[in-house]
Design a protein around this ligand. Structure first.
Ligand code: PXG
Length: 407
């Protein structure tokens, strides 16, 4: 690796960002300049354990050697063609991801929000052309507390005030129901409903796990009402929860599966919609696309991502270490902790009212060498890389427990 320039050589990068960037984020006060595996180093050379993993985009840690090798090999051959021409990696990528998602076809995009937008278009198109919904009437049912991205259409059905306010007029055609409530879902599904869009575990809401049977029940209700079940696995998928997909915990196969974040191996943005020929086969040339979607560099990295997950051992590691994480925090029975939710290496820790905010706890963790991020006012979310070792987890737990003990 190139040596990191010393702090005195360069203008303070945080100051530059604040002066010339846009303040649409409120990052923790650390400037990261290198990373390897679960660890990053800041511009002063301090090491931190990355327990956020870029919201699951770094499921394999920083600069996984096999992902770097796959990217380098592809960089030396071909990076981009646009979809005006074919490239020699796209077909293989589509086949492998379709198989991993137990479905027929793959529509590649780049960011998660684009995969969500694509699924909304696909469901509406299917609703009009197959289900027979009257023109302009297609409805998509979504859940309260959802996070699916930040486009104008997606924030239209968000209930997160800062994400939504001042960005109207809002896109119509969505109905929001409580998450985890099958009776509400049954009541919302009607002849005009094309899709039910759901995170199998709500990430940004605080790693909210629905009641057992919710996903199976939702699949049954959708099938009965002739509605597409659309699972947003952009954050929950690709091994994070201890299985390849969070839907696997209930053996549910959604009609449309949305994949993103870790699919790009932390190197390039790669997202995709996986679905049946009946739905995705409806698209004709010119009806949807993206300059970068399906580019050969993205495909090469994503193929290596699928290879890394193929034998299930990383998901198993996530399941085992996640349970250890939970047991360790439970055994410590911190008085400041109100609740813990865990599925694989995805953990939400609620802190009691009256203690410092989750943000303050994340600032304390930072001082102890742990990068984690609050979600909502009172929840700290941990998502260490799936490649974390047992020793690394012990190191992390020691710091997390000592900070939580201060509450
Ligand atoms: N679906 C889910 C479940 C997500 O968590 C998206 C879609 C959108 O992905 P893109 O790639 O368009 O960001 C997400 C994103 C952030 C941020 O700062 C994003 C997410 C989580 C936390 C912060 O934009 N998840």
């Amino acid at each position: 690796m190139e040596p990191t320039p010393s702090a005195t050589d360069v203008v303070d990068p945080a100051q530059l960002e604040d002066e010339y960037g846009v303040r649409n984020y409120d990052p923790l006060p650390v400037v990261v300049s290198r990373g390897e595996g679960a660890w990053v180093e800041d511009v002063q050379g301090r090491r931190y354990f990355d327990a956020l993993s870029a919201y699951s985009a770094l499921n394999f840690g920083h600069r996984h050697p096999r992902l770097l090798a796959a990217a380098r090999k592809q960089l030396d051959r071909l990076t981009l063609t646009s979809r005006a021409f074919r490239n020699d990696r796209l077909g293989e990528f589509c086949r492998r991801l379709a198989e991993a998602g137990s479905s027929d076809r793959v529509l590649p995009m780049n960011t998660g929000a684009e995969a969500v937008e694509t699924a909304i278009k696909a469901a509406r198109k299917w609703g009009y052309e197959v289900k027979g919904i009257a023109p302009g009437r297609a409805k998509i049912v979504v859940c309260r507390g959802n996070f699916h991205g930040r486009t104008t259409t997606i924030v239209s059905f968000s209930d997160d005030a800062p994400a939504r306010a001042s960005f109207g007029p809002y896109t119509p055609g969505f109905e929001s129901i409580p998450f985890g409530d099958l009776a509400a879902l049954e009541a919302a599904l009607d002849d005009d409903t094309a899709g039910f869009l759901v995170e199998p575990i709500q990430g940004e809401a605080g790693v909210i796990i629905p009641p057992t049977g919710y996903l199976t029940g939702a699949q049954e209700l959708c099938a009965r009402a002739n509605v597409l079940m659309i699972a947003d696995e952009i954050q929950s998928g690709l091994g994070r929860t201890g299985r390849m997909w969070a839907c696997d915990h209930e053996e549910v196969s959604p009609d449309l599966l949305l994949v993103g974040k870790a699919l790009g191996g932390g190197i390039v943005p790669v997202s995709a919609v996986v679905g049946s020929t009946e739905v995705l086969g409806l698209f004709r040339p010119g009806q949807h696309g993206s300059t970068f979607g399906g580019n050969p560099l993205a495909c090469a990295v994503a193929l290596e991502v699928l290879d890394l997950l193929a034998d299930g051992s990383l998901a198993q590691n996530a399941a085992a270490l996640g349970e250890r994480f939970l047991r360790s925090l439970e055994a410590a029975s911190h008085s400041g902790v109100a609740g813990i939710r865990q599925r694989g290496l995805w953990i939400g820790v609620d802190i009691h009212d009256g203690t410092p905010t989750a943000r303050t706890v994340c600032e304390r963790l930072l001082e102890e060498g742990v990068l984690a991020k609050e979600t909502q006012e009172r929840t700290i979310r941990f998502a260490p890389p799936l490649t974390t070792s047992g020793d690394e987890l012990d190191w992390l737990l020691e710091r997390v427990n000592s900070v939580l003990a201060e509450l």
